[in-house]
Design a protein around this ligand. Structure first.
Ligand code: ASP
Length: 585
């Protein structure tokens, strides 16, 4: 090997030993008689020192020629540093270099490769291989690596078998658009890249694999949104001969295992909440339960007092912000402006201050006497010093708006602490959701999700009211994963396709292979998939999944490093039988 040690491991105990290190020159300081070079590798930084009074003139001259990011091999004695640096583990020592090898020079890097960099996002993405030399990025990849290893260890310990499924497939029904790959051999025909291995993992259950998992790339050609990647990674699983609780328990186990092994955190009991409760108390199917501030519905108390806005509303609902009665007029105006933003869409915000002296003052004093306001306070469990904030309107939009306000207040009040983790299962999702655009029901999860037994009969009479054996794992307001118990009965699957508006023929064309398989003894089964990139970001205390992917696409879906997507040559197009002019028409 070209080195005896790494740049991260030498300590004062190594004083006096002669070592050889390899790495990149991060910083060079030339103070006349002395030159210092910070040498960096994957493991850390070690300071090299060249002393004109001790080192040979050739070595000193060579050291003077070193530029940022030059690749060096340096041999020398470990000595105690005069000015110690307590910010890095190697900060007590330096290497008095006696031999220096310039392994490779470097162009001047386009941005400083240090923990704090002057490089903007786009530039760092273009030179991602240099960005990865930076410790914060490398640490994220290390975290991801540890998560991968811990996941595999747990799944293996639970008798799950890792099976790879193909990437060149026919479309999977997850509801997004497929990326397609033209076939050269079968001109005019296309493969699709999997949105998930959903159908394959169900087929593996028919095959008797029983417990399958895969850490797998998925591809979805969705409209671009911040922090979406067209390709992303899932921990994908499926189990046979189980009920919903078995899946929840197994994957609660995985979650706890990861927290314990990767972060050293013991996750508390994972709460379970129905979709209806989540919507009623938090206005969201992925509530952040690190803080309370639950919704309280006020229809019974607030309506019928002559305040038209409330009288005409389907829902009057509020939250109580603890200790916020002292909010100034300006702060309240800002909150009002916030909820009135078009993307939130509330018409206005009613507030009630429950003053420390026990008096109640609201923005609707004209319509409500203090006694009425008091009854709201009782229902909302508000105490003197608290602030009640109330929205009204159509149920869905009002809940949505109040949920956004709740999260903002949680943020403002410092209640969304990054290193506190609260996980919960949201269960009993609706099976179907109405889609205005297509004028029909769509599967909320996917068409293989089984309805709850007690709701079977509503599948034709009241499809919107049917609940599913579907569940999501939510941590700190982030949807980490979701899955369902599947339909394994051909007749029920047919009824489901009917409810989704498929003719028998269409269903056969798209999913015939699965329906056929179900005729050969499909076991009861179900599964789940975790969004792995998001899980890594959560563990790393970051909001963006991009920081946890070695070579991500930018927010416009481009890889700016390799410049993709890009055009292909005429010859390639001809070979594939693709005529761009036809496609454009
Ligand atoms: N295939 C589903 C998804 O990607 C997960 C599952 O149902 O297991 O969301």
């Amino acid at each position: 090997m070209l080195r005896t040690h790494t740049c991260g491991e030498l300590r004062i105990g190594n004083k006096g030993t002669v070592v050889t290190l390899c790495g990149w020159a991060q910083k060079i300081r030339d103070k006349g008689g002395m030159i210092w070079v910070d040498l960096r590798d994957r493991y850390g930084l070690t300071q090299l020192v060249f002393d004109e009074s001790k080192t040979s003139p050739e070595i000193v001259a060579l050291a003077r020629s070193v530029g940022r990011e030059f690749v060096l091999q340096a041999t020398g004695k470990v000595i105690e540093r005069f000015a110690k640096n307590d910010k890095i583990p190697t900060g007590e020592i330096e290497i008095e270099v006696s031999e220096l090898n310039l392994l490779n020079p470097s162009k001047v890097p386009p941005f400083t490769i240090e923990d704090d960099t002057d490089g903007g996002d786009e530039l760092r993405m273009k030179y991602r291989y240099l960005d990865i030399r930076r410790q914060p990025v490398r640490k994220n990849l290390e975290l991801r690596h540890r998560m991968l290893q811990a996941t595999r260890a747990y799944m293996d310990s639970q008798n799950f078998m890792e099976v790879e499924t193909p990437f060149l497939i026919k479309s999977t029904p997850e509801g997004a658009r497929d990326f397609v790959v033209p076939s050269r051999v079968h001109q005019g025909e296309f493969y699709a890249l999997p949105q998930s291995p959903q159908t394959f993992k169900q087929l593996l259950m028919v095959s008797g694999i029983d417990r399958y998992f895969q850490i797998v790339r998925c591809f979805r050609d969705e409209d671009l949104r911040a922090d979406r990647q067209p390709e992303f990674t899932q921990i994908d699983c499926e189990m046979s001969f189980i009920e919903q609780d078995d899946i929840l328990n197994t994957f609660e186990g995985l979650t706890k295992h990861l927290f314990k092994n990767v972060l050293g955190v013991s996750l508390e009991q994972v709460e379970r909440m129905t979709y209806d409760e989540a919507m009623r108390f938090y206005g969201s199917d992925k509530p952040d339960t690190r803080f309370e501030m639950k919704f309280v519905e006020l229809n019974d108390l607030a309506k019928g007092k002559g305040f038209n806005v409330f009288d005409d509303a389907e829902l009057v609902v509020g939250i109580c912000a603890k200790g916020c009665a002292s909010y100034t007029r300006k702060q309240l105006d800002e909150l009002t402006e916030f909820v009135k933003k078009p993307q939130i869409g509330a018409k206005g915000l009613v507030y009630v201050r429950y003053n420390e002296d026990g008096t109640l003052r609201s923005s609707v004093d004209k319509f409500y006497e203090e006694n009425s306001l008091k009854s709201w306070a009782v229902k909302m469990n508000a105490q003197p010093g608290d602030l009640m904030l109330i929205l009204s309107g159509a149920t869905d939009t009002t809940r949505n708006a109040l949920s956004t306000l709740r999260l903002k207040l949680g943020e403002d009040l410092g209640l969304r602490v990054k290193n506190i983790f609260k996980a919960l299962w949201v269960v009993d999702f609706p099976l179907l959701e109405w889609n205005e655009e297509s004028g029909r029901f769509h599967a909320m999860h996917h068409p293989f999700t089984s309805p709850k037994k007690q709701d079977f009969d509503k599948l034709t009479s009241d499809p919107g009211a049917v609940r599913a054996n579907a569940y999501d794992l939510v941590i700190n307001g982030v949807e980490i994963g979701g899955g369902s118990i599947r339909i394994h009965d051909k007749t029920l699957q047919q009824a489901m396709f009917n409810a989704l508006g498929f003719t028998e023929e269409e269903a056969k064309k798209q999913f015939g292979f699965l329906m056929d398989a179900f005729e050969f003894g499909a076991p009861p089964h179900g599964g789940i998939a975790f969004g792995f990139d998001r899980l890594c970001a959560l563990f790393g205390g970051a909001d963006s999944i991009r920081d946890f992917i070695a070579f991500p696409k930018n927010n416009a879906g481009r890889d700016v490093m390799i410049d993709s997507p890009s055009t292909i040559s005429k010859e390639q197009l001809v070979e594939l039988g693709i005529d761009i002019r036809v496609a454009a028409k």
